[in-house]
Design a protein around this ligand. Sequence first.
Ligand code: ATP
Ligand code: MG
Length: 430
Amino acid sequence: MTQLKSLRGMVDLLPDALQRWQAVEAVAREHFRRSGFGEIRTPMLETTELFCRGIGEATDVVGKEMYTFQDRGDRSCTLRPEGTASVVRAALEHGLLSQGPQRLWYCGPMFRYERPQAGRQRQFHQIGVEWLGAASPRSDVEVIALAWDLLAQLGVGGLELELNSLGSVEDRQAYRSALVGWLQDRRDALDDDSRSRLESNPLRILDSKNLDTQGLLESAPRLIDALGSESRERFEHVQQGLQALGIPFRLNPRLVRGLDYYGHTAFEITSDQLGAQATVCGGGRYNGLVEQLGGPATPAIGWALGLERLILVLESAASQDPGGLAARLTASQVPDLFVVNRGEQAEAAALGLVRSLRLAGLSVDLDGSGAGFAKQFKRADRSGARWVLVLGDDEACRGEVRLKPLQTEGEERCLPLGDHRAVVQALMDP
Ligand code: ATP
Ligand code: MG
């Protein structure tokens, strides 16, 4: 029979890798707690309409990347391709906005039917924040700092913050016509994808990965020059706020976001370690979305970072600086204690002791193989445990266990078998 495999672009996460994931998630969780953001968990499956209305029909995500199907009740369902629309839907459904601004964060799998490659999967994971009811340029600065500081706390360097303003709806409308006019005159020089976007979503052409198109766009009219005075002033405030916090950034007038709901501040954090899939984190302001989904007009801003890409950056930081923060965070966990045990009586006693030690807070590996002592000792060494506890029938008869340090020189000690506290004490106070 042929071996069954996971679907293309859907990746298993195994215990070794998950240690790194959990370390990142723990840092993020603590960072959000300190920053006054509460966690929200929404379903992975939503009505297709939510994303069509929320993200926009003309985007790549809705147009060609969604996992959409009819369920048994003939409803059109979609596996969420991103988190923002769901968070806004949930906030509206539960009346959260009537309680004032909402500072929310989420973490979980997202689904997009894309061509899988390094840093690009069909099921991938995002950590993200949404601040609903945040209007001032200062909130843009706080939210960007939230992402920047999270990455700093993980010890990843080589990051660049790119910033742009997409202006107001009116600014974009005016710019859209100017850009389309300019591009129409150069239609023949555009790649196929960009040509088809000319009608559907011309701003996205600015984000084209085609090198010829990129060259052509060097001299295209710039959105930043088309901003009205209010938008321009707002953007100035955001930049000054970032400067005041000492967060470096680069203005990128071609930065547009893939989802239609963005306006004013847009930003991405990129890494020089990721090759083509360089963007670790992307976000911006989406003042129209809440209303578009049937709620009251509510300014909002948020971001999402890709966990797979973040882990890649973290791993490369760890290998470049083995003593650094990233390396310490990603170091594999070793048990406090490895228990070598052999013989009927010894194995029964070991199980009871191990249980008490685990309940007392120690991480303990119990060798359950019944193999010879030499084999079990080899495994103890390989486990990286700091201590080994030895229990054979001889020891069990005497009511003793032997405790030996594994990673350091040190005396072996005999401790009473019936008293797990003696073992805990010995480990804490060697
Ligand atoms: P890209 O241009 O790389 O496709 P995007 O603009 O579509 O990114 P967003 O919708 O802004 O991405 O999602 C935020 C982050 O989620 C990205 O910066 C990236 O780190 C991550 N991400 C997006 N799509 C994928 C994917 N298919 N696989 C892995 N990570 C992804
Ligand atoms: Mg994409």
